[in-house]
Design a protein around this ligand. Sequence first.
Ligand SMILES: Cc1cc2nc3c(=O)[nH]c(=O)nc-3n(C[C@H](O)[C@H](O)[C@H](O)COP(=O)(O)OP(=O)(O)OC[C@H]3O[C@@H](n4cnc5c(N)ncnc54)[C@H](O)[C@@H]3O)c2cc1C
Length: 189
Amino acid sequence: MHCICDIINIFKYFFVCCSFVHIAHAKLMTTYYPLHKLRKIKGLEHVKYVDPYAGSKGNSIRYLSVAPRTNDMKVVGVDNLFCAGEKSGLFVGHTEAICTGTLAGHNAVRLMMGLSLLILPNSIAIGDIISYENEKSETREGRKERYTFAGAGYFKRMQELGLYTMDMKEIKKRISKLNLDGIFDDKLC
Ligand SMILES: Cc1cc2nc3c(=O)[nH]c(=O)nc-3n(C[C@H](O)[C@H](O)[C@H](O)COP(=O)(O)OP(=O)(O)OC[C@H]3O[C@@H](n4cnc5c(N)ncnc54)[C@H](O)[C@@H]3O)c2cc1C
């Protein structure tokens, strides 16, 4: 019998990124959960771990190319192209993809409308990670790093700069101070 913790752990860590052959593909961070335990769960009797992503060397092949971009997410040298997520820098994570993607989409519409493009200021974490990655990726050392709100060097930087907080009221206050409340809610066209 599996305890509830096992089940929670499986959902937390294992339905993220692995291949469940015969059922579906699911992403998984690492395949350290014992297969014999996993197979005891109803429906997962024939589950397999497969590693199609990077030939057992890692969990993915990515960042083969990153587009040079300005901090408004516009691709350098192309007048009407915006980028986001891992294509826009050495960013890791869904949150990072959502933040950069929202800004890129917003600015694409602004460009189309003839409006000035939005650059988020460094006094908020999203603005800071976007410009910091751009600045760091100019250097060889910086290109060896990855940029994420969830850890690595950037988390430390967020804390040091006082950008990290879980206090929603404080976050709203900071956004208000910059006159950015509901900035993505504004209907532009
Ligand atoms: C194993 C693993 C586990 C992860 N776990 C987490 C986690 O727990 N939490 C977290 O926040 N992040 C996690 N990440 C990171 C996160 O998944 C990525 O950083 C995020 O998905 C990047 O989003 P993206 O939109 O930039 O790229 P992607 O999600 O890779 O999307 C790019 C899309 O473009 C498509 N594409 C590529 N080339 C072309 C083309 N020429 N034409 C058309 N389409 C194309 C691809 O098929 C893909 O669908 C994990 C990553 C991996 C590999």
